[in-house]
Design a protein around this ligand. Structure first.
Ligand SMILES: [Zn+2]
Length: 485
């Protein structure tokens, strides 16, 4: 599918998308017990009576979870509720032995925030948040691939989650992607979530409806569940928009339902018709008291707020002189922006950003690596660039040094010595080579002198060949200009 939105085919329609994002928090312990909040391989090895739902046990709220929720609220301009409550959301599922999930319903901890996203034309759009609330995750059902068996693993039960709910202010697949990217960077910068979508640490449910432009009422929405990649979300939304518009165009109705993305057949399929909120029979959890949050505590947490993505974006442009395009790529990946900052502290060269966007990202992508297991550390990249700028090696050799380090992690100086990459910068040595080239190619010299300027490249190429790529290109060019006159 092209980059053009499917909406361009249907100019009379507009789309309203609201997001519910589940953010798995990285606190040390689970939300209502002292079990470690970590994935273990052995099923049911990380559980206690509380998170496995024994009757008669009492939950105790983990203060760190509240702190993380407040951080998320402050970073997204929410109001922090001085009093909030926990509720029971009832449903039956084997991975939920209590038969209810503890969540927040009518009095969530954060309300009415907003997140600014960048549109295709570079302008900003504010997506309003309805709320952020805390809740516990359920366990996992594992269906055997051999027989008709199913297993329940409760290790994940009681893992703390934030659910971040937006108004239906998003109006295309592109905006959805931007919203998710921005939100994911925010929680990563806050250091409250890994943001890993494949592992389900950051998962999005998408509510989509379409309506005729100018219509006051929102259309009937469908929910797309748990799509775990940016690409699939985009494709699923585009498909769903067209499906709904086609229904309306044919005089049919959109039914409220939950749908799944079927990547193989590239379409959304019905999962279930949507439950109404009343089906969950929410009521306030009598085991948990009112949660009161003082302004003092909020002020304390405010002091811990780190630099956020949009602030880093502004700073990279102002202080480092990056373009918006360059800054945007960096801020969307906190590891990459840390890598850039460390390198540029060691060497303020303007070349760093080019090396990162071209060579570093290229290498990582090609070899399916992440920054954390990349052998060209900021120290080593800064050194390579310094050696080029001091004239010790030329750009061709620098690439070779870079590739070598990426493979074996050696020091730049070691590789240069081993491979004899040091640049031939001595004018006398180069002069001899250039005189030789001129003597051996009288025909080309003649043509160049009679006005065929393009041949200059031929002479440069010859000189690089004879120096095995180690000639200093600036000196070569100067000498050629001198002798070809
Ligand atoms: Zn537990």
């Amino acid at each position: 599918m092209s980059n053009l939105s499917i909406l361009q085919k249907y100019p009379d329609y507009e789309v309203n998308i609201g997001m519910e994002v589940h953010v798995q928090l990285t606190t040390k312990r689970k939300i209502f017990c002292t079990c470690a909040n970590e994935i273990t391989k052995e099923p049911n090895s990380n559980i206690c009576q509380i998170c496995s739902g024994h009757p008669g046990v009492l939950p105790t709220l983990n203060k760190k979870v509240v702190e993380y929720a407040i951080l998320a609220g402050l970073a997204t301009n929410c109001k922090i509720a001085p009093i909030s409550t926990f509720a029971r959301k009832h449903y039956f599922y084997p991975d939920l032995p209590k038969n209810y999930q503890i969540t927040q319903n009518t009095e969530p901890i954060c309300i009415e925030g907003n997140i600014d996203i960048t549109l295709e034309d570079g302008s900003k759009k504010s997506i309003r948040l309805i709320r952020i609330h805390m809740e516990e995750d359920a366990g996992k059902n594992i269906h055997s691939t051999y027989g008709n068996e199913s297993f329940v693993d409760l290790n994940r039960a009681g893992t703390p989650l934030l659910e971040i709910v937006s108004y239906p202010d998003i109006s295309s697949a592109y905006e959805t992607k931007e919203y998710l990217k921005t939100l994911r960077s925010i929680v990563q910068y806050l250091n409250i979530c890994t943001g890993n979508m494949e592992e389900g640490a950051f998962r999005a449910d998408t509510n989509i409806s379409v309506r005729k432009k100018g219509s006051a009422k929102l259309g009937t929405k469908c929910e797309l569940k748990n799509i775990n990649s940016f690409k699939f979300i985009s494709d699923a939304i585009e498909y769903e928009i067209e499906r709904q518009i086609t229904l309306l165009e044919n005089g049919e109705k959109v039914r409220q339902e939950t749908r799944l993305w079927d990547e193989k057949n590239r379409k959304t399929i019905l999962m279930r018709s949507k439950e109404e909120a009343a089906d969950y029979r929410y009521f306030q959890d009598p085991d948990l008291p009112l949660l009161q949050i003082s302004q003092n505590w909020i002020n304390e947490i405010k002091k811990q707020l780190p630099e956020l993505p949009h602030q880093k974006f502004e700073r990279f442009i102002k202080e480092k002189g990056l373009t918006e395009y360059e800054a945007d790529i960096l801020i969307n990946d906190i590891e990459l922006s840390n890598y850039y900052e460390k390198t540029s502290k060691l060497n303020p060269s303007k070349q760093i950003i080019n090396w990162i966007l071209r060579d570093v990202l290229g290498y990582l992508k090609e070899n399916k690596l992440t920054i954390s297991d990349f052998k060209v550390t900021p120290e080593k990249l800064a050194k390579i660039i310094e050696l080029v700028e001091k004239g010790v090696i030329n750009n061709i050799a620098a690439k070779e040094v870079f590739e070598e380090i990426a493979k074996n992690g050696k020091e730049p100086s070691e590789i240069i010595k081993e491979k004899g990459l040091e640049q031939i910068g001595s004018a006398a040595e180069l002069e001899a080579i250039i005189k030789q080239i001129i003597n051996e190619n009288p025909g080309q010299v003649e043509q160049y002198r009679s006005g065929k300027d393009k041949l200059f490249g031929f002479f440069v190429g010859e000189a690089m060949k004879r120096t095995k790529g180690k000639g200093n290109p600036n000196i070569i060019q100067e000498l050629l200009k001198k002798y070809l006159k």
